[in-house]
Design a binder for this molecule. Sequence first.
Ligand SMILES: Nc1nc2c(c(=O)[nH]1)N[C@H]1C(S)=C(S)[C@@H](COP(=O)(O)O)O[C@H]1N2
Ligand SMILES: [Mo]
Length: 424
Amino acid sequence: MTDSSNAIKPSRRAFLSGAAAAGAALAATGAQAQAPDPMITEVQPWASGLGDGVDASPYGLPIRHEADVVRRNVEWLTADTISSINFTPIHALDGTITPQGCAFERHHSGAIDMTKADYRLMINGLVDRPLIFTYDDLLRFPRENHVYFCECAANTGMEWAGAQLNGAQFTHGMIHNMEYSGVPLRTLLNEAGLSGDMAGKWIYVEGHDASSNGRSIPMEKALDDVLVAFKANGEALRKEHGYPVRLVVPGWEGNMWIKWLRRVEVMDNAVESREETSKYTDTLADGTSRKWTWVMDAKSVITSPSPQAPIKHGPGPMVISGLAWSGQGAITRVDVSKDGGITWETARLAKPGERMALTRFYLDTTWDGGEMLLQSRAIDETGYVQPTKAQLREVRGENSIYHNNCIQTWHVLPTGEAENVEVS
Ligand SMILES: Nc1nc2c(c(=O)[nH]1)N[C@H]1C(S)=C(S)[C@@H](COP(=O)(O)O)O[C@H]1N2
Ligand SMILES: [Mo]
């Protein structure tokens, strides 16, 4: 293993010779390098006419040339589109913030259409005064802003038995990362009055949708960092993400992030609802199941190059980029391997890791034009190291669905194309 000071950083000189090599490779594919480039020598239509006026899009959409950067389904997973899931195009995004317009959706009974005026949040159960809040009531409590990732526990769930889906969007796209504005749940629980010893108590949370998606959450977490959020990335939550109010449960599986939040009941025990018994439990290698697995452990994936984002240049300088996250806290280091995990280089974090939020990493490197078995390995502030698939299978077997945080491998070919593979 190399530390960051030994990581390959192309010097200016290496960059120039790399660029020359890339230029040479291009020249070999056509005579264009010799000819004048009309994009430089000719006046183009956009420079000789007018563009759109300011009223053309009162609420803007991405330019049409980016029309393929959209949520996508996996056909065989999507029996119907109401009780279903789609995937964030993480292979085409950079930085860490997921625009709401392409953030994955998971609904159990469809995305419902509620107004703020119809919105109610009820807190009941073991409280001094059961309360009902309107949307406007929520705006009167002190609020906070936090960036958090939301990962469906089933993210990467199709990869247990073998490499299946060809693209980071499909293998790792059940995740989004937004800046939420909201009121700490603790504030609202205290408003309703928690008397007596809350140790060992639970809350049961459910949504306004027909599925209700009820989940039990230990009181300790409820009083820690759970947010009742009404804005994401500065604007109202989109319908599909729970407009007007959703629960944000930092670092814990997406299923607990109740959308269209309707009710919080303080209870003595967990409800053991459908969503936390027959679903969202982990089958182990010996056939038994783990009872609770709430935290999303450290994980990472290279988003570029990847099957949907092939290398489009010749040998020479190249940027390898990806995302890392941990439900246990901040990412402290990400390593990248080009040879299937035999040797590792430490990647550069675009910013120091933030707790329970996506971290962008880059490896500024040189491609020799040969094959690569690209992997990334995340390490979080607890010292936890993202496991290999073999390590995870030893404990979990191959029949699990949820909580697959193993190291992903992309096989990059000399053509620059990449495919999803496993290394043993
Ligand atoms: N009310 C309600 N909340 C819900 C769900 C739902 O179907 N209904 N789906 C859950 C699941 S399984 C996940 S992974 C996340 C997905 O959030 P998103 O649709 O904003 O991506 O919402 C959770 N909250
Ligand atoms: Mo989920």
